[in-house]
Design a protein around this ligand. Structure first.
Ligand code: HEC
Length: 475
């Protein structure tokens, strides 16, 4: 896709003007005003350019597959550029180029994602407002070295901010509320989640290792100095989806992820518990033989807990009832865990306390101030070639896992359905029909070229899950 040559845009809308800023790189500023298309401006842009979008209503999906583009809303006298999906378009802004900044847009009513990156490194998503009804609000997927900062997101039916299979990112100073999850860090590594608010969601912040995804570990997330309050909204994720299994009333959930630090947060008013640690047996999806199912090595340092666990709901309630308990806890460890510690244990009400050691006095993560890398990272080979495996991870794995259900049906079932017909799959995904009553519609992937769609289909049919089958046949 990155090799695609863009057709020359012949007709230049009168509303798009471009000003040359004289610099060594000859980067330019392209201006978009109401009535013009942002996508048309993206077509005109070259790496290094900035696209400035003025206040007005824009009803389109913007797909950026060029590197080093800044797309920035210009707010004039309090008026924002508004991208409106009118509950019919799927995605607000899709980013597939590296080094892209998305700054200061009001994005609302897209069905799939507000802003998504697909295998795009060195990204910055800053100062945006995202109002659902989306599956994901801000969604970096399979993207490394990024920043998600100063955004406001609400009314999202899964996670308001969702990092899937990402490495090295800072998620800071965002406000997330009225969603199923405020922030979810899934199958990711080296992530700092700091100074955010997550309030009035079903669950505040989750650090998870989801079964069936191609990245098999989740480790080293710091959840620090966040305000996590009153996350008691009944779970309104689509029935049967992975998010629907998320327990309401929870401040922070650590689901099978390792090396999570929880420090300096203010966690209040979450009815089930402030912090819950669970393993893969707590979810309906089958265990992934290539994953370690338990959350190990968590460091729960000093946090402020107040008024949590007062009315345990759902799964937390069941666990407590089975143990003959009525009162909730601040921290609930509902699994085995190796190497986890809790600071000042006598000051915290802990379920499963015998599995924690006391953290060493004065232990802190304060020495780590960012997880972003000091230099932008280059594309790896998989990314430059834009092969089917890379595209699968960057796009499809946002909704499909190999076995079991995420947003869409299991890939194992899809493999059987399409067997030797990659062309048929490549065609269907560009123009999906609604097939299954118990699933939502799949968004069309028609922004991908036929060649790219076929590469993905071939990867799914020929390679996906093969390492696992090989292992299983050896066992
Ligand atoms: C936003 C979530 C989402 C994304 C992203 C997504 N899918 Fe889907 N997919 C779904 C859902 C939901 C269904 C079930 C739709 C139905 O049955 O009506 C589905 C169904 C399918 C099917 C079944 C078709 C059939 O004939 O039954 C195939 C094949 C498929 N997806 C392939 C892909 C591929 C390939 C990608 C990546 C390019 C992808 N999907 C990305 C959600 C998604």
């Amino acid at each position: 896709m990155r090799k695609r040559i863009f057709a020359l845009v012949v007709a230049l809308s009168a509303l798009i003007s471009s000003t040359c800023v004289f610099s060594a790189t000859q980067s330019k500023v392209i201006t978009v005003r109401e009535g013009a298309s942002i996508q048309a401006a993206v077509k005109l842009a070259n790496p290094g350019d900035t696209i400035e979008v003025y206040p007005g209503l824009y009803k389109e999906t913007v797909y950026i597959d060029k590197n080093d583009i800044t797309i920035r809303g210009v707010v004039v006298a309090g008026e924002w550029p508004v991208m409106d999906g009118e509950d019919t378009l799927n995605d607000g802004i899709l980013v597939a180029g590296h080094g892209v900044t998305v700054d200061r847009f009001f994005i609302r009513r897209f069905k799939g994602n507000g802003i998504m990156t697909q295998g795009a490194n060195n990204y910055k998503i800053i100062n945006n407002i995202v109002e659902g009804d989306s599956v994901y609000g801000i969604f970096p997927q399979f993207s490394n070295n990024g920043l998600v900062a100063d955004n406001v997101i609400w009314n999202v039916h899964d996670a308001a901010i969702y990092l899937g299979m990402c490495e090295n990112a800072d998620v800071v100073r965002n406000d997330t509320f009225g969603s199923v999850m405020g922030i979810e860090i899934e199958n990711s590594k080296n992530i700092l989640v700091e100074n955010n608010t997550a309030h009035d969601n079903s669950s505040g912040i989750q650090v998870t290792l989801l079964q069936g995804l191609p990245v098999k570990t989740a480790s080293n997330t710091i959840v620090r100095r966040n305000f996590i309050s009153n996350n008691n909204v009944p779970n309104f994720a689509p029935r049967g989806s992975a998010a629907a299994g998320t327990p309401a009333g929870t401040g922070i959930v650590i689901f099978a992820a390792d090396d999570t630090v929880v420090e300096g947060n203010i966690i209040t008013g979450n009815d089930s518990a402030a912090i819950v640690m669970v393993d893969h047996d707590s979810s309906p999806n089958v265990r992934d033989p290539e994953m370690d199912p338990t959350p190990d090595n968590a460091k729960i340092y000093d946090n402020v807990y107040w008024n949590n666990g007062t009315k345990p709901l759902g799964a937390a309630k069941d666990v407590l009832e089975q143990a003959g308990l009525k009162e909730g806890f601040e921290v609930m460890l509902v699994t085995k865990s190796k190497g986890s510690c809790i600071a000042n244990p006598s000051s915290v009400r802990v379920f499963g306390a015998d599995q924690f050691t006391a953290c060493p006095d004065g232990a802190t993560s304060a020495g780590i101030t960012t997880m972003q890398l000091s230099e932008p990272i280059a594309e790896n080979l998989e990314q430059t070639e834009y092969n089917g495996r890379f595209a699968y991870k960057a796009i499809c794995a946002g909704c499909h896992i190999y076995e079991g259900r995420m947003v869409g049906p299991p890939m194992r079932v899809i493999q059987a359905l399409y067997m030797d017909r990659p062309e048929a799959m490549a065609q269907w995904i560009a123009n999906p029909t609604h097939k299954r009553d118990d699933y939502p519609e799949m968004p069309p992937q028609n922004y991908l070229s036929e060649e790219d769609r076929l590469a993905i289909a071939n990867y799914i049919l020929n390679d996906l899950g093969k390492s696992r089958q090989l292992r299983q046949s050896r066992e």
